[in-house]
Design a binder for this molecule. Structure first.
Ligand SMILES: Cc1cc2nc3c(=O)[nH]c(=O)nc-3n(C[C@H](O)[C@H](O)[C@H](O)COP(=O)(O)OP(=O)(O)OC[C@H]3O[C@@H](n4cnc5c(N)ncnc54)[C@H](O)[C@@H]3O)c2cc1C
Length: 235
């Protein structure tokens, strides 16, 4: 968030000073794991390199939940999430060509994205599906105070509004959303902040040798890998 608001550099986001890794004899590799062979205890990286291990910790974080809104699949540009460094870069790149934004999802990530977009002077409609902002944490009275504050920052905060449909322009860029209640909001940037799920894409992709080639759901496969790494049959 503070990087998007030009208050921190990307280097500031690094959790430790770089010299620590050498000092602690930790080899850092910037690459993606694309395959995991738990039987051979080996990882394959996107660069083609392989890495052997005795013990493996999977700490791949989370990925944005993807809704099934009508028309969303046609959007080739203008849809953003706010979870990864790649999301940040995409937000920064699209901000320049955005006048109006819609942010869907009334949680902490949603409000952070709203704040960043307001910082950059964009008109923002903030769609909250529930009757008030952040119901998992706030009661109605407290939420009303927070909502007043959000609105004082010129955010068009709408409660009881859920996206039903996404429209795109001739170039495939998002041009607006329609809600279940039938309201339409124009936008060139749509922020989807409706929660996250485990980032197990590479595990899900696999018909993995370690699973005898049979297809598994992401969770089952991940559990299988974790169990193998821990040296037990089942988790
Ligand atoms: C906008 C935003 C604001 C937040 N603010 C706060 C806050 O103020 N306070 C707070 O406590 N929490 C906050 N959080 C939550 C916090 O960032 C997460 O809970 C935390 O980062 C989770 O840590 P993690 O190590 O599990 O996953 P991550 O930090 O997501 O790390 C996972 C890593 O795995 C990498 N990875 C994934 N797949 C592969 C692969 N196949 N090969 C190689 N690498 C891979 C990813 O690139 C990433 O580097 C915020 C989150 C967001 C999105």
């Amino acid at each position: 968030m503070y990087a998007y608001m030009d208050r921190l550099t990307l280097r500031d986001l690094e959790p430790y000073e770089r010299k620590i890794y050498d000092k602690q004899q930790i080899e850092r590799i910037t690459d993606w794991v694309v395959d995991l062979d738990a039987t051979a205890r080996q990882l394959r990286l996107r660069s083609g390199r392989t890495l052997a291990y005795d013990h493996l910790l999977l700490a791949t974080g989370s990925a944005p939940r993807k809704p099934t809104w009508k028309g969303l699949e046609k959007a080739r540009e203008g849809v953003v999430h706010f979870v990864s460094l790649q999301d940040l870069q995409q937000c920064e790149q699209l901000t320049r060509s955005t006048k109006q934004a819609v942010v869907a999802g009334g949680g902490l990530i949603g409000v952070e994205l709203v704040e960043c977009l307001r910082f950059h002077g964009k008109r923002v409609t903030f769609l909250v599906r529930e009757p008030w902002y952040w119901p998992v944490a706030l009661g109605g009275v407290e939420a009303e105070m927070i909502s007043d504050h959000i609105r004082r920052h010129d955010v068009d905060l709408r409660t009881d509004e859920e996206v039903a449909e996404v429209s795109v322009d001739g170039n495939g860029r998002v041009s607006g959303v329609k809600t279940v209640g039938g309201r339409e909001f124009a936008c060139q940037l749509l922020g989807i902040c409706i929660g996250v799920q485990p980032a197990i894409g590479s595990a899900r992709a696999g018909q993995h040798p370690a699973t005898n080639g049979s297809r598994h759901s992401g969770f089952r496969l991940l559990r299988h890998f974790v169990a193998q790494c821990l040296g037990c049959r089942r988790l």
